[in-house]
Design a protein around this ligand. Structure first.
Ligand code: NAD
Length: 502
């Protein structure tokens, strides 16, 4: 019943969009007054002129965070007290669900139905889960001799820099800020310059919830300016990064050039989705596999690090599976993401649109067979491209090796299980992989052989905050989500206490 187009117009006309940096509990302009244009990919409307932070602003945010660590208000608070505040923070975000979902859709083009039903609920669940976890975790006592007590405790690392991309803007930040804050750290978030709006909005809600000034800071700005300044800063203890593999490598260099801060990387992917011949024994099976294969690459415009962007199908079932995928792809016709029935919205910006189109062009040039899609859709000057499927792809082609980050599926066939595994592992990435089979032995064998941080058997993109998410190989290291995420935001301390003379 909501008219999202009208809501969007009101939001923009009323100038209610937060556009300044958030440092030490208040909104501030960049010190040199610089801004960048935040443009909606739906229709290239100017949403806001956002503060473009430089190293001076990053320095101010890191100083505020460091000061809050030194003061210890947040860090020394009992876990149950921190939990209470974080739960209130989640409640406030929930009360602003529609506003935040709308900002997410306007900013990066994803369908409003998913911002509402996926992104914001997942953010809430993430914050609540870590809040609930912290007053239930115990430290350890080592099994040493009786005259000493050796404790192994976890302590917050201190100041955590969070650098995130634009495909799930607030959720990728929450996967990091929720465990980092729960563990007692102070944070400085550098959102993507393509999607800064929700991080800026929730910063104020953090203060309203009772998170002390200086603990939650946001410095919008360009990657090679604000992101670089944060990653090179001598007083940042840890960088938690999600983004491309190219930038991830730079993050490691920045750490080496500065203070050897801890670096955790969640980078790109080119995930293989394997369909064994025994997976399809009926029309019902065929439909389930095809629906999942389509969703794995077309959901979120294919702008998914874990997208099943390579479909490896046994040659005996290729034809009927591709026909059925084509049927399901019709659901993903690009349309204005503010329409509640839209399943595939706009790509994040013109640069991403051109990049996806150039990959489509390379697929055609290198001899893959374009089975459907491939065209730009011109609508309101927005950034739309059709769901696209290439058949007869050869492993050496660019569309088989490189992350496209758009709705483009590359299909390859195999004859034997070993060939499927070899193809699946033949890229630099190792984020996710999927396998469909009815044979439990094959499921075990194949999932163990796949070099990927997450393997889906007879499903794809299942998700829960309770399980770790992250990659092998050049998809990065360290894990978001689950209790394992605390490893990134805490230092392990061993304390020896002699308690009796021998
Ligand atoms: P990107 O690497 O261009 O940017 C990511 C962030 O890094 C942005 O905030 C950007 O401003 C910043 N940045 C860019 N250059 C920088 C520099 N020189 N120094 C410091 N900071 C810099 O990536 P993107 O285009 O925003 O996001 C898409 C990528 O993110 C894809 O590769 C995707 O697979 C990956 N991703 C991975 C995961 C995961 O969990 N593994 C999840 C989502 C997205």
């Amino acid at each position: 019943t909501v008219d999202w187009h009208q809501r969007a117009q009101q939001l923009i006309a009323n100038k209610r969009i937060a556009y300044q940096a958030y440092i030490d509990g208040r909104y501030v302009d960049a010190q040199d007054g610089q801004t960048f244009d935040c443009i909606s990919p739906i229709d290239v409307a100017l949403l806001a002129k956002v503060a473009s932070c430089s190293d001076r602003d990053v320095d101010a945010a890191v100083s505020a965070a460091r000061h809050s660590v030194a003061k210890g208000t947040w860090l020394s608070m009992s876990p149950s007290a921190r939990k209470k505040i974080l739960l209130k923070f989640a409640d406030l975000i929930e009360q602003h669900t529609e506003e935040l979902a709308l900002l997410e859709t306007l900013d990066m083009g994803k369908p409003i139905r998913y911002s509402l039903a996926v992104d914001i609920p997942a953010v809430l669940k993430c914050i609540r889960w870590y809040a609930e976890a912290i007053d239930k975790l115990y430290d350890e006592v080592a099994p040493t001799s009786r005259d000493v007590l050796a404790t192994i405790t976890r302590e917050p690392v201190g100041v955590v820099g969070i650098v995130v991309p634009w495909n799930f803007p607030l959720l990728m930040a929450a996967w990091k800020f929720a465990p980092a804050l729960a563990a007692g750290n102070s944070i400085v978030i550098k959102p993507s310059e393509k999607s800064p709006l929700t991080a800026l909005r929730v910063a104020q809600l953090a203060t309203e919830a009772g998170i002390p000034d200086g603990v939650f800071n946001v410095v919008p700005g360009l990657g090679h300016v604000a992101g670089k300044a944060l990653a090179l800063h001598m007083d940042v203890d840890c960088i938690a990064f999600t983004g491309s593999t190219v930038t991830g490598k730079q993050m490691m260099q920045y750490a080496g050039q500065s203070n050897l801060k801890r670096v955790w990387l969640e980078c790109g992917g080119k995930s293989a989705h394997i369909v064994m011949p025994d997976a399809i024994t009926s029309d019902g099976d065929l439909d389930v596999v095809a629906r999942n294969a389509a969703a794995a690459i077309f959901f979120n415009q294919g702008e998914m690090c874990s997208a099943g962007s390579r479909l490896l199908v046994h040659e005996s079932i290729r034809e009927k599976l591709l026909e059925r995928i084509a049927h399901h792809a019709t659901q993903y016709q690009p349309a204005n993401p503010l329409n509640i029935n839209t399943h595939l919205g706009a790509l994040v910006d013109q640069a991403q649109l051109q990049s996806v189109l150039s990959y489509i062009h390379s697929g055609i040039e290198q001899g893959a067979s374009l089975r459907f899609g491939g065209r730009q859709i011109v609508q309101d000057k927005g950034c739309y491209v059709e769901p696209t499927l290439f058949d007869s792809v050869i492993p050496g082609m660019r569309i088989a090796q490189e992350e496209i980050f758009g709705p483009v599926l590359a299909v390859m066939t195999f004859k034997h299980e070993a060939e499927a595994i070899m193809l699946a592992n033949s890229v630099i990435y190792g984020l996710a992989a999927g396998v469909w089979t009815r044979d439990v032995h094959a499921a075990h064998r194949i999932s163990r052989a796949l070099k990927a941080g997450v393997v889906y058997v007879n499903c794809y993109d299942d998700d829960d905050i309770t399980v770790p998410f992250g990659g092998y190989k050049q998809s990065g290291f360290g894990r978001d989500k689950s209790l394992h995420a605390f490893d990134k935001y805490t230092e392990l301390k061993t304390t020896w206490m002699r308690i009796a003379n021998p």
